[in-house]
Design a protein around this ligand. Sequence first.
Ligand code: NAI
Length: 286
Amino acid sequence: KGKRAFIAGVADDNGYGWAIAKSLAAAGAEILVGTWVPALNIFESSLRRGKFDESRVLPDGSLMEITKVYAMDAVYDSPEDVPEDVKTNKRYAGSTKWTVQELAESVQKDFGTIDILVHSLANGPEVTKPLLETSRYGYLAALSASSYSYVSLLKHFLPIMNPGGSSISLTYIASERIIPGYGGGMSSAKAALESDTRVLAFEAGRKKRVRVNTISAGPLRSRAAKAIGFIDMMIDYSSANAPLQKELTAEEVGNAAAFLSSPLASAITGTILYVDNGLNAMGVGV
Ligand code: NAI
């Protein structure tokens, strides 16, 4: 029987979420995605109009099918958490059931269960500010959107995950090494995400035999990364200094995610897998 995957954080064909969806589809999984409410209309209309058709091509020549696109906002767990101004915002008012709890209920109603859960989203309103200039609001917002969003997603989806399933998130080396420019509490958010990966691996492993891992990915020119402002420099730095002197493709991260989600990785849980051309292993630039 084919596996079913839910990938949270796909809103175009440039990011890691899209590439992970493709690698999982190529391996035979059914694909469901969760798209941030404000980005939903453009993503769905672009999909419909064929704007992504070239990027939908799988290795066997067929096109990746996305069975269903769900609206989501990972900073709200249930309708009671949504402030009035967001509820009445016209982009939000146009969709329904996008809190994490309602999202999991909708997926259960539509499909029953899933096997693979992917968290490929992050947000930090003050990411361009150094940590010393970050406000309490900005710091907590980064943690809410980038770290707790994963705890919440797994908490709500675990009951509908089949035993033996797998869950993956995306992290960045700025959690453990100083990367000037990755500010606003985003480095803190990734450190929390990595620590939570271990604790959640224990809890989800004991509860449901679900594996929990995170991929520490190298730099990719995604929409989110362009907003940080230093992505071209990080790509150049990696090409100059990493053991493998090539640009990292999103597909390479997608393939690692497909491996981690497969039975080939059946004893791997609670780990950080570096998919970064080896840059993490360097001690100095060369
Ligand atoms: P992306 O822009 O493709 O993905 C980020 C997604 O998060 C977007 O689709 C955005 O709509 C969504 N999002 C933001 N706030 C949300 C919310 N409250 N609820 C639901 N969705 C929300 O960019 P990218 O870079 O592929 O990011 C995916 C993951 O990869 C993130 O966790 C990021 O930190 C991580 N990563 C990215 C690296 C890079 O160089 N691009 C390097 C290492 C990790």
